[in-house]
Write a protein that binds this ligand. Structure first.
Ligand code: HEM
Ligand code: HEM
Length: 125
């Protein structure tokens, strides 16, 4: 794996380790209040980043574009903002809500950008 594909797979593994550690903490403490953070870290973090990594690995023509780098950074920054923000929000820090809201929109924008990158590539090949 190279470039953006490798970045996404590295990010995916970081999410998996963090999300599973949180899942273990939830199970041991029997406090499931952080369940949405765990669930999104595992599926929107680990699984989606891994899917992006495999896509960019299979289609180097998409990986080598500048837009792919933008897709990685927008996904990473907004995803981490969303999950860390949600962790503190659920922990009782209401002031962080704007960070969660803006990050959510950033995460959606990153998915729109991915549609723009991926659809022409898969329909051409
Ligand atoms: C160390 C391994 C894991 C532990 C200890 C763990 C623990 C938990 C716990 C305690 C809950 C809360 C259940 C509830 O309150 O109803 C939960 C929910 C969830 N977990 Fe995990 N989990 C682990 C791995 C994973 C993995 C690998 C994934 C996905 C790739 C995952 C995805 C989810 C999802 C989507 C939910 C929310 C389910 C729902 O909506 O009811 N978890 N997990
Ligand atoms: C813009 C990004 C996203 C936002 C703002 C968002 C928001 C939400 C909200 C408000 C809930 C209900 C939580 C509750 O009732 O406690 C939820 C649940 C869920 N979402 Fe998302 N979501 C996003 C992205 C995703 C993505 C990309 C996935 C999967 C790849 C996903 C998977 C899930 C799952 C499995 C649940 C049920 C588990 C839970 O209740 O936490 N979400 N999401």
């Amino acid at each position: 794996m190279q470039g953006v594909a490798r970045n996404f797979f590295t990010l995916a593994i970081v999410y998996a380790l963090a999300g599973m550690a949180l899942g273990l903490h939830m199970s041991i403490s029997q406090d499931h209040s952080q369940m949405p953070v765990h669930a999104h870290t595992m599926v929107a973090g680990w699984l989606m980043s891994a899917v992006f990594a495999v896509f960019y690995h299979l289609f180097p023509v998409a990986r080598d574009k500048m837009l792919a780098k933008l897709h990685f950074w927008l996904t990473a920054v907004s995803g981490i903002g969303l999950l860390v923000g949600l962790f503190f929000l659920l922990g009782g820090n209401a002031a962080i809500e704007p960070v969660v809201a803006i990050s959510s929109m950033g995460f959606y924008a990153a998915m729109l950008l991915f549609a723009f990158i991926a659809l022409p590539v898969i329909w051409k090949s």
